[in-house]
Design a protein around this ligand. Structure first.
Ligand code: ATP
Ligand code: MG
Length: 376
């Protein structure tokens, strides 16, 4: 892991027309994926990761909040080393810099409805509505609701005829910041798009399964939750704890530097001998907090809609923690727990199979945002 953070793998070639670059600027590292559609296949052309910690005066694996100029330099260095001159680039916007809310509105007809959204959004957005880019989608009813055999009276229909809408907002300042990163990183090219990272993750790891699924992205600084039902995002939540908190706790409890603690955590995880027991002792406490919050978030949804989460997909660097699956299954006993494999949607060279399998969950956002480029 540590060696990979600073390494860039050049898989094939870079930068010609049909290629799409997906960029995930995480708090601890930038991940990039270059893909191309060849006939019906999506082929991986290149990928890479660069740690931001050392550029912010902290260790690799630690969260940073670098100014955009420094992020741009890191991205430019990563692209340079990988030999990529992107033409078409998509950058994921961190969930923490955006707002997603599912709101229930009365069914007042399309025209009125459209004017209602910005007014309604105001209740959820802590900044003036003129300062955000707003997007919204009406959520279709779930299959099992449609199949319900209960015939409601006209009155009940009137009362309950609510429409669920998902509102997505990104502050204009944030978009400007990402545009400046793009410019300073010298990413020219035909076009550049942004998307909130949760949507990228879902595109990369949720297949055609229509049952209720919880996707957990454990990054360095935070853990992002997305609830997908019928293939559509129905809820999201962010927990301000992530992988670095485990490292920090281990470093404190053993009186060792962060780098050493990070190395032990990534190598042995929570299983095995003495070292594993040390990691488990600190990690279990933190993970219990994260899992409790995730369970509360899921239970709210389950109660509201009378359904049950059937699958949990783990992604992000934190998903690689050995022994994590067991802890998650203790909190979600009736769900199938799996680690997301975004590269399974991409044709990768056989000689990289082992490496890619190891790092795959880290690249969910980068692969997902690149795949968006192919859809467009
Ligand atoms: N093998 C491993 N075992 C345990 N933890 C790991 C392993 N590999 C990476 N991690 C942890 O994953 C975290 C980094 O994950 P990721 O790259 O997804 O975060 P990020 O996207 O930079 O952060 P964020 O999403 O919070 O902005 C670090 O805390 C790191 O210690
Ligand atoms: Mg991340």
């Amino acid at each position: 892991m540590a060696s990979f953070l600073e390494s860039i793998k050049k898989v094939f070639t870079a930068g010609h027309k049909g290629q799409i670059l997906g960029v995930d600027i995480g708090s601890s590292s930038i991940k990039i994926v270059l893909i191309e559609k060849v006939e019906e296949k999506v082929v991986l052309r290149n990928y890479g990761e660069i740690a931001l910690g050392p550029r912010a005066g902290v260790s690799a694996g630690q969260s940073t909040s670098l100014p955009p100029e420094k992020v741009a330099i890191a991205l430019r260095d990563l692209l340079k080393e990988a030999g990529i001159t992107p033409r078409h680039t998509l950058i994921a916007i961190p969930f923490s810099a955006s707002l997603l809310a599912v709101v229930e509105l009365p069914d007042v007809g399309k025209k009125e409805f459209e004017s209602m959204i910005p007014i309604e959004a105001r209740r959820y957005i802590p900044v003036p509505i003129t300062e955000v880019s707003l997007d919204w989608w009406v959520l279709p009813r779930r299959r099992y609701e449609e199949k319900s055999t209960v015939v409601p009276t006209d009155e009940i229909v009137k009362q309950t005829q609510k429409i669920e809408v998902i509102i997505a907002a990104i502050q204009n300042e944030v978009i400007k910041k990402y545009e400046s990163i793009k410019r300073d990183a010298q990413i020219s090219g035909e076009s550049s798009h942004f998307e909130i990272e949760i949507f990228s993750t879902l595109r990369a790891v949720v297949g055609s399964d229509l049952s209720p699924i919880l996707v957990i992205d454990m990054g360095a600084g935070s853990t992002k939750l997305a609830l997908v039902d019928d293939g559509i995002v129905r809820g999201s939540h962010i927990i301000s704890m992530g992988g670095q908190d485990i490292t920090l706790a281990l470093s404190r409890s053993r009186g060792i530097p962060f780098e050493k603690a990070e190395e032990i955590k990534c190598r042995v995880g929570m299983i095995g001998d003495e070292e594993g027991r040390d990691v488990a002792m600190v990690a279990e406490l933190l993970l219990a907090n994260i899992m409790n919050e995730a369970a509360r978030f899921s239970e709210n949804y389950e109660h509201k809609y009378g359904t049950k989460i059937t699958k949990i997909i783990l992604v992000g660097g934190g998903a690689q923690l050995k022994g994590l699956g067991k802890i998650v299954s203790q909190n979600f006993s009736s769900a199938v727990i799996m680690t997301g494999d975004p590269f399974s949607r991409v044709d990768t060279p056989a000689f990289l199979a082992t490496t890619i399998k190891e790092i795959s969950p880290n690249f969910a956002v980068a692969v997902g945002i690149a795949l968006k480029g192919l859809e467009e």
